[in-house]
Design a protein. Structure first.
Length: 255
């Protein structure tokens, strides 16, 4: 009997998410290897603490009138957990926490925090439309400095007051020459955020042509960012999760 040929056997797929992202960056690599891929880990962004811890503490200490605290990424959940550990007890016990998806919710629960709401789809759009808040209530979004305005727009359209507090920062990772060259030889690149798409586009050159590179995007928002940056071959995950991103990578290498 012939050995089973796995969908990604013989293909190299780049993982561009940081190692401390959703479920750990290594988790995506594990899932890709289970499908036969050779995995190239080249993080394009990195997460660092908010530059002013005292301002963050003050912002989290004054939650009068806030009905909901919104966390829109596993990294945000991890940053909140770290903030609570480093800054000491903060008055979150009376707040209702909403997570953008199950991966984010798991991170919050692992930190001992209760999650009151998760939308039907792991997107900021769904969270903004489905959050069980009433007009006039205040929602506090804990996020990075690069957060998009999708959530703000959806909530404000419903009459819900939106506040944002910078919990952590997203910065470009520094790649060496060997990492840059290795990206040019992969069969597909996985992208889990618009920030990663922008950093990948910034590496474009004679050896890394956005018109030829096959991209697997975790969601439509990331895919739209990639297309706007000149990537032609973009495959969107069937659902915004690591498993969905693997499915997109399989479809991308078959295209």
């Amino acid at each position: 009997m012939a050995a089973e040929v796995l969908p990604l056997q013989g293909h190299t797929v780049a993982v561009t998410r940081p190692d401390n992202g959703e479920d750990g960056g290594g988790r995506l690599g594990e899932l890709l290897r289970l499908q036969g891929a050779e995995v190239l880990s080249v993080p394009l962004i990195r997460f660092v603490p908010a530059p002013d811890p005292q301002a963050l503490r003050e912002g989290l200490s004054d939650l009068r009138g806030v009905a909901w605290v919104l966390i829109t990424s596993p990294q945000g959940a991890a940053a909140l957990s770290g903030t609570l550990e480093s800054l000491g007890p903060l008055p979150l016990s009376g707040m209702r926490l909403a997570a953008v998806g199950e991966a984010t919710a798991r991170e919050l629960r692992a930190a001992g925090l209760d999650v009151a709401f998760v939308p039907s789809t792991a997107t900021a759009l769904a969270l903004g439309r489905e959050l069980p808040a009433r007009p006039g209530q205040v929602a506090l979004h804990l996020t990075s400095q690069l957060s998009e305005n999708t959530l703000r727009g959806e909530l404000q359209a419903r009459g819900i007051a939106y506040r944002r507090l910078e919990l952590y920062r997203t910065e470009p990772a520094v790649l060496n020459a060997a990492q840059r060259r290795s990206l040019a030889g992969v069969c597909a690149v996985t992208l889990a955020s618009g920030s990663a798409a922008r950093e990948l586009a910034a590496l474009a050159g004679p050896d890394l042509d956005p018109r030829r590179l096959r991209v697997a995007a975790i969601g439509e928002q990331t895919a739209a960012a990639a297309r706007a940056l000149g990537f032609f071959s973009v495959t969107v995950a069937p659902h915004p999760s690591l498993e969905g991103l693997v499915a997109a990578a399989i479809k991308a290498v078959r295209s």
